[in-house]
Design a protein around this ligand. Structure first.
Ligand SMILES: C[S@@+](CC[C@H](N)C(=O)[O-])C[C@H]1O[C@@H](n2cnc3c(N)ncnc32)[C@H](O)[C@@H]1O
Length: 267
Protein backbone atom coordinates (compact mmCIF):
# COMPACT_ATOMS: atom_id res chain seq x y z
CA UNK A 1 0.00 0.00 0.00
CA UNK A 2 1.34 3.45 -0.91
CA UNK A 3 0.44 6.35 1.36
CA UNK A 4 -0.58 9.64 -0.20
CA UNK A 5 -0.80 11.41 3.16
CA UNK A 6 2.38 12.27 5.02
CA UNK A 7 3.41 9.83 7.74
CA UNK A 8 5.86 9.63 10.61
CA UNK A 9 9.02 7.56 10.19
CA UNK A 10 7.78 5.16 12.90
CA UNK A 11 4.63 4.50 10.87
CA UNK A 12 6.70 3.62 7.81
CA UNK A 13 8.96 1.40 9.89
CA UNK A 14 5.91 -0.66 10.93
CA UNK A 15 5.01 -1.40 7.30
CA UNK A 16 6.26 -4.50 5.51
CA UNK A 17 7.65 -2.59 2.50
CA UNK A 18 10.76 -4.24 1.12
CA UNK A 19 13.91 -2.33 2.14
CA UNK A 20 11.85 0.39 3.85
CA UNK A 21 14.78 1.38 6.09
CA UNK A 22 17.17 1.84 3.15
CA UNK A 23 14.50 3.62 1.12
CA UNK A 24 13.81 6.04 3.99
CA UNK A 25 17.56 6.67 4.35
CA UNK A 26 17.82 7.33 0.61
CA UNK A 27 14.82 9.68 0.60
CA UNK A 28 15.91 11.69 3.61
CA UNK A 29 19.67 11.54 3.02
CA UNK A 30 20.13 10.22 6.56
CA UNK A 31 21.59 7.07 8.03
CA UNK A 32 19.83 4.27 9.90
CA UNK A 33 20.85 5.59 13.35
CA UNK A 34 19.29 8.98 12.54
CA UNK A 35 16.03 7.29 11.48
CA UNK A 36 15.64 5.44 14.75
CA UNK A 37 16.63 8.45 16.83
CA UNK A 38 14.08 10.61 14.96
CA UNK A 39 11.24 8.17 14.36
CA UNK A 40 8.70 10.87 15.25
CA UNK A 41 9.82 12.90 12.19
CA UNK A 42 6.97 13.51 9.76
CA UNK A 43 7.89 13.37 6.09
CA UNK A 44 6.86 16.44 4.09
CA UNK A 45 4.95 16.23 0.80
CA UNK A 46 8.04 16.15 -1.41
CA UNK A 47 9.72 13.48 0.69
CA UNK A 48 6.52 11.42 0.66
CA UNK A 49 6.32 11.66 -3.12
CA UNK A 50 9.97 10.61 -3.50
CA UNK A 51 9.58 7.72 -1.07
CA UNK A 52 6.40 6.48 -2.75
CA UNK A 53 8.13 6.49 -6.14
CA UNK A 54 11.05 4.51 -4.72
CA UNK A 55 8.74 1.99 -3.03
CA UNK A 56 6.90 1.50 -6.31
CA UNK A 57 10.11 0.88 -8.29
CA UNK A 58 11.39 -1.53 -5.64
CA UNK A 59 8.09 -3.44 -5.84
CA UNK A 60 8.57 -3.66 -9.60
CA UNK A 61 11.87 -5.40 -8.90
CA UNK A 62 14.28 -2.55 -9.68
CA UNK A 63 17.45 -3.44 -7.71
CA UNK A 64 18.21 -1.12 -4.81
CA UNK A 65 21.62 -0.26 -6.31
CA UNK A 66 19.94 1.30 -9.36
CA UNK A 67 17.78 3.43 -7.05
CA UNK A 68 20.67 4.60 -4.89
CA UNK A 69 23.01 4.79 -7.92
CA UNK A 70 25.91 3.09 -6.18
CA UNK A 71 27.20 -0.18 -4.78
CA UNK A 72 30.11 -1.06 -2.50
CA UNK A 73 32.79 -3.42 -3.82
CA UNK A 74 35.94 -4.34 -1.94
CA UNK A 75 37.12 -1.13 -0.23
CA UNK A 76 35.42 1.33 -2.61
CA UNK A 77 31.98 2.60 -3.54
CA UNK A 78 31.07 2.47 -7.24
CA UNK A 79 28.59 4.43 -9.29
CA UNK A 80 26.23 2.06 -11.14
CA UNK A 81 23.58 2.73 -13.77
CA UNK A 82 21.25 0.43 -15.75
CA UNK A 83 24.05 0.37 -18.38
CA UNK A 84 26.30 -1.52 -15.98
CA UNK A 85 26.01 -4.81 -14.16
CA UNK A 86 25.61 -4.38 -10.41
CA UNK A 87 28.87 -5.54 -8.77
CA UNK A 88 28.55 -8.96 -7.14
CA UNK A 89 30.42 -9.99 -3.98
CA UNK A 90 31.60 -13.18 -5.78
CA UNK A 91 33.73 -11.02 -8.06
CA UNK A 92 35.84 -9.91 -5.08
CA UNK A 93 37.39 -13.38 -5.36
CA UNK A 94 39.10 -12.32 -8.62
CA UNK A 95 40.60 -9.30 -6.87
CA UNK A 96 41.90 -11.48 -4.01
CA UNK A 97 43.49 -13.94 -6.44
CA UNK A 98 45.16 -11.16 -8.45
CA UNK A 99 46.48 -9.48 -5.29
CA UNK A 100 47.93 -12.80 -4.03
CA UNK A 101 49.45 -13.63 -7.40
CA UNK A 102 51.33 -10.41 -7.96
CA UNK A 103 51.67 -9.28 -4.33
CA UNK A 104 54.31 -6.54 -4.42
CA UNK A 105 55.40 -7.29 -8.02
CA UNK A 106 54.78 -5.00 -11.01
CA UNK A 107 51.96 -6.03 -13.31
CA UNK A 108 50.55 -4.99 -16.67
CA UNK A 109 46.89 -5.84 -16.19
CA UNK A 110 43.89 -6.02 -18.51
CA UNK A 111 40.29 -6.12 -17.22
CA UNK A 112 38.17 -7.33 -20.15
CA UNK A 113 34.50 -6.32 -19.98
CA UNK A 114 35.02 -3.87 -17.17
CA UNK A 115 31.38 -2.71 -16.75
CA UNK A 116 31.38 -0.20 -13.90
CA UNK A 117 35.15 -0.73 -13.65
CA UNK A 118 35.20 -2.57 -10.34
CA UNK A 119 38.06 -4.99 -11.08
CA UNK A 120 40.35 -2.50 -12.84
CA UNK A 121 39.73 0.32 -10.35
CA UNK A 122 40.02 -1.82 -7.22
CA UNK A 123 43.33 -3.30 -8.38
CA UNK A 124 44.70 0.02 -9.62
CA UNK A 125 43.73 1.62 -6.33
CA UNK A 126 45.49 -1.12 -4.33
CA UNK A 127 48.54 -1.11 -6.63
CA UNK A 128 49.24 2.41 -7.91
CA UNK A 129 52.43 1.16 -9.61
CA UNK A 130 50.56 -1.37 -11.83
CA UNK A 131 49.76 -0.46 -15.42
CA UNK A 132 46.04 -1.09 -15.74
CA UNK A 133 43.94 -1.35 -18.90
CA UNK A 134 40.18 -1.87 -19.07
CA UNK A 135 37.80 -2.50 -21.97
CA UNK A 136 34.11 -2.84 -22.67
CA UNK A 137 32.02 -3.17 -25.79
CA UNK A 138 29.62 -0.52 -24.56
CA UNK A 139 30.66 3.14 -24.48
CA UNK A 140 27.93 3.77 -21.89
CA UNK A 141 29.62 1.33 -19.49
CA UNK A 142 33.07 2.81 -20.12
CA UNK A 143 31.68 6.25 -19.33
CA UNK A 144 30.59 5.01 -15.89
CA UNK A 145 33.87 3.13 -15.35
CA UNK A 146 35.84 6.31 -16.11
CA UNK A 147 33.87 8.16 -13.44
CA UNK A 148 34.67 5.40 -10.96
CA UNK A 149 38.42 5.31 -11.62
CA UNK A 150 40.46 6.49 -8.65
CA UNK A 151 43.77 6.08 -10.55
CA UNK A 152 44.92 6.40 -14.15
CA UNK A 153 43.50 3.52 -16.21
CA UNK A 154 43.81 3.01 -19.98
CA UNK A 155 40.19 2.59 -21.08
CA UNK A 156 39.44 1.17 -24.53
CA UNK A 157 36.16 0.42 -26.29
CA UNK A 158 35.72 -2.65 -28.51
CA UNK A 159 34.73 -6.26 -28.63
CA UNK A 160 37.03 -8.32 -26.40
CA UNK A 161 40.64 -8.21 -27.65
CA UNK A 162 39.80 -6.03 -30.66
CA UNK A 163 39.93 -3.16 -28.16
CA UNK A 164 43.63 -3.77 -27.45
CA UNK A 165 45.31 -4.77 -30.71
CA UNK A 166 49.02 -5.56 -30.39
CA UNK A 167 48.97 -5.21 -26.61
CA UNK A 168 50.30 -7.89 -24.24
CA UNK A 169 49.72 -8.24 -20.51
CA UNK A 170 51.06 -10.10 -17.48
CA UNK A 171 47.53 -10.78 -16.24
CA UNK A 172 44.22 -10.74 -18.07
CA UNK A 173 41.11 -10.82 -15.88
CA UNK A 174 37.56 -11.14 -17.08
CA UNK A 175 34.16 -11.58 -15.52
CA UNK A 176 32.43 -12.05 -18.88
CA UNK A 177 28.75 -12.78 -19.55
CA UNK A 178 28.28 -16.49 -18.75
CA UNK A 179 24.57 -17.22 -18.31
CA UNK A 180 22.79 -19.63 -20.69
CA UNK A 181 20.35 -17.81 -22.98
CA UNK A 182 17.32 -19.76 -21.69
CA UNK A 183 18.25 -19.77 -18.01
CA UNK A 184 15.11 -19.07 -15.94
CA UNK A 185 17.22 -17.01 -13.49
CA UNK A 186 17.24 -14.25 -16.15
CA UNK A 187 13.70 -13.36 -15.07
CA UNK A 188 14.97 -12.01 -11.77
CA UNK A 189 17.80 -10.14 -13.52
CA UNK A 190 15.57 -8.36 -16.05
CA UNK A 191 16.60 -4.85 -14.90
CA UNK A 192 20.30 -5.48 -15.60
CA UNK A 193 21.83 -5.24 -19.11
CA UNK A 194 21.27 -8.52 -20.95
CA UNK A 195 24.59 -8.09 -22.80
CA UNK A 196 26.43 -8.24 -19.51
CA UNK A 197 24.75 -11.53 -18.58
CA UNK A 198 24.02 -13.88 -21.45
CA UNK A 199 26.52 -15.72 -23.64
CA UNK A 200 24.87 -18.12 -26.06
CA UNK A 201 23.18 -21.47 -25.57
CA UNK A 202 25.56 -22.90 -22.96
CA UNK A 203 26.72 -19.56 -21.53
CA UNK A 204 30.26 -20.18 -22.75
CA UNK A 205 30.46 -18.32 -26.08
CA UNK A 206 32.44 -15.40 -24.66
CA UNK A 207 34.63 -17.53 -22.41
CA UNK A 208 35.53 -19.74 -25.41
CA UNK A 209 36.51 -16.68 -27.44
CA UNK A 210 38.54 -15.14 -24.63
CA UNK A 211 40.44 -18.39 -23.95
CA UNK A 212 41.18 -18.79 -27.68
CA UNK A 213 42.44 -15.24 -28.17
CA UNK A 214 44.15 -14.60 -24.81
CA UNK A 215 47.48 -16.35 -25.66
CA UNK A 216 48.22 -13.70 -28.31
CA UNK A 217 47.81 -10.98 -25.67
CA UNK A 218 49.75 -12.53 -22.81
CA UNK A 219 53.39 -11.92 -22.00
CA UNK A 220 55.63 -14.93 -21.44
CA UNK A 221 54.34 -16.86 -18.40
CA UNK A 222 51.34 -14.50 -18.26
CA UNK A 223 48.09 -15.45 -16.52
CA UNK A 224 44.42 -15.58 -17.47
CA UNK A 225 41.89 -15.32 -14.64
CA UNK A 226 38.21 -15.92 -15.39
CA UNK A 227 34.98 -15.84 -13.42
CA UNK A 228 32.44 -18.43 -14.61
CA UNK A 229 29.09 -20.00 -13.71
CA UNK A 230 28.84 -22.44 -10.76
CA UNK A 231 28.38 -25.42 -13.14
CA UNK A 232 30.93 -24.46 -15.81
CA UNK A 233 34.29 -25.06 -14.11
CA UNK A 234 35.19 -28.42 -15.65
CA UNK A 235 34.29 -27.19 -19.14
CA UNK A 236 36.36 -24.01 -18.67
CA UNK A 237 39.32 -26.08 -17.44
CA UNK A 238 39.08 -28.35 -20.53
CA UNK A 239 39.10 -25.33 -22.81
CA UNK A 240 42.20 -23.97 -21.05
CA UNK A 241 44.19 -27.22 -21.27
CA UNK A 242 45.16 -26.66 -24.93
CA UNK A 243 47.33 -23.61 -24.32
CA UNK A 244 47.62 -23.17 -20.54
CA UNK A 245 49.35 -24.88 -17.64
CA UNK A 246 49.24 -24.63 -13.82
CA UNK A 247 45.43 -24.43 -13.92
CA UNK A 248 43.99 -23.58 -10.52
CA UNK A 249 40.30 -23.61 -9.62
CA UNK A 250 38.56 -21.54 -6.95
CA UNK A 251 35.25 -21.49 -5.10
CA UNK A 252 33.44 -18.34 -4.01
CA UNK A 253 32.39 -17.56 -0.42
CA UNK A 254 29.21 -19.61 -0.91
CA UNK A 255 31.33 -22.64 -1.84
CA UNK A 256 30.29 -22.50 -5.49
CA UNK A 257 32.89 -23.13 -8.19
CA UNK A 258 33.51 -19.60 -9.46
CA UNK A 259 36.96 -18.87 -10.92
CA UNK A 260 39.87 -20.37 -12.82
CA UNK A 261 43.45 -19.12 -13.02
CA UNK A 262 45.82 -20.47 -15.67
CA UNK A 263 49.32 -19.68 -16.88
CA UNK A 264 50.27 -19.47 -20.53
CA UNK A 265 52.24 -22.52 -21.64
CA UNK A 266 55.91 -21.61 -22.18
CA UNK A 267 56.54 -21.18 -25.90
C1 LIG B 1 29.29 -9.91 -16.26
S1 LIG B 1 29.57 -8.22 -16.77
C2 LIG B 1 30.96 -7.83 -15.73
C3 LIG B 1 31.14 -6.37 -15.47
C4 LIG B 1 32.23 -6.07 -14.44
N1 LIG B 1 33.53 -6.53 -14.88
C5 LIG B 1 31.86 -6.70 -13.12
O1 LIG B 1 32.54 -7.68 -12.73
O2 LIG B 1 30.90 -6.25 -12.49
C6 LIG B 1 30.28 -8.46 -18.36
C7 LIG B 1 30.77 -7.20 -19.05
O3 LIG B 1 31.24 -7.57 -20.35
C8 LIG B 1 30.83 -6.58 -21.27
N2 LIG B 1 30.76 -7.19 -22.60
C9 LIG B 1 29.78 -7.95 -23.12
N3 LIG B 1 30.10 -8.32 -24.37
C10 LIG B 1 31.31 -7.80 -24.64
C11 LIG B 1 32.19 -7.83 -25.78
N4 LIG B 1 31.85 -8.49 -26.89
N5 LIG B 1 33.37 -7.19 -25.70
C12 LIG B 1 33.72 -6.52 -24.57
N6 LIG B 1 32.94 -6.44 -23.47
C13 LIG B 1 31.75 -7.07 -23.51
C14 LIG B 1 29.48 -6.12 -20.77
O4 LIG B 1 29.14 -4.85 -21.27
C15 LIG B 1 29.70 -6.14 -19.26
O5 LIG B 1 30.16 -4.89 -18.80
Amino acid sequence: MLHSKTLLIEEYLKTQHKDIIQLLCLTLGKNRAWLFANDDYQLDKNETRTLNALIKKRKQGVPFAYLSGNKGFYHLNFKVTPDTLIPRPETELLVDIALDLFAEKPCRLLDLGTGSGIIATTLADKNPHWEVWATDYFESAIKVAKQNATRAINFRQGTWFDAVPNQCFDLIISNPPYIEENDPCLDSLRHEPINALVSGKDGLDDIRLIIKQAPRHLNKKGYLLLEHGYNQQSRVVSLLRKKFIHIQTFQDYNSNDRAVLAQLQHK
